[in-house]
Design a protein around this ligand. Structure first.
Ligand SMILES: [Zn+2]
Ligand SMILES: [Zn+2]
Length: 172
């Protein structure tokens, strides 16, 4: 086998994973290089510009092939569509904004995979740990802070009617 001198990173990576470097696979790979944690829809929107006639199904096929070949990692935080990224060589985790859905990478909790030790392995050999840190991203926190504090004060319409044990006869 001749030494491969890939003309493009996509070409070499795809061939290196044992796959044929078709136009649409190359375009999918390049799209992910610019958009970590992209959904299939986002990848499709990017690819269809450079490879007209691409179908969403072919994007799913390419992403599935990449994932199985270990070229791409798929994450699927609860309530969100699957997202794909090229950062596969570690056990990094994700920060997910519960408000806008922004996703950021965060390194292993203690530096090396599996990075978290369960209190009970029940005989399993643990290879990796998948952690999602849910919260609000900096943009959403800033947006909240810029709102008037009055809007955040819970409105208690009529505290007298708050159900309380033993007060059923109050102000009926
Ligand atoms: Zn957010
Ligand atoms: Zn990631």
């Amino acid at each position: 086998m001749p030494a491969v001198a890939p003309e493009l990173p996509a070409e070499g990576a795809i061939r290196g994973a044992g796959l044929r470097a078709t136009d649409s696979r190359r375009a999918v790979y390049d799209a992910l290089r610019g958009m970590p944690h992209a959904t299939a829809d986002l990848v499709f929107a990017a690819v269809v510009e450079s490879v007209p006639g691409t179908s969403l199904q072919s994007i799913y096929n390419a992403l599935g092939d990449f994932t199985r070949a270990g070229l791409v990692r798929r994450i699927e935080p609860a309530g969100h569509p699957g997202m794909y990224e090229l950062r596969v060589d570690d056990n990094h985790h994700h920060l997910v904004c519960a408000i806008c859905g922004a996703v950021e990478d965060v390194d292993c909790a203690v530096g090396a995979a599996p990075c978290l030790t369960p209190s009970e392995t029940r005989g399993f050999v643990v290879d990796e740990a998948e952690v999602v840190y849910w919260g609000r991203c900096a943009t959403c926190v800033a947006a909240e802070a810029s709102l008037s504090p009055a809007l955040h004060t819970p409105i208690i319409r009529n505290p007298v009617h708050t159900p309380q044990k033993g007060s059923a006869h109050d102000r009926v």
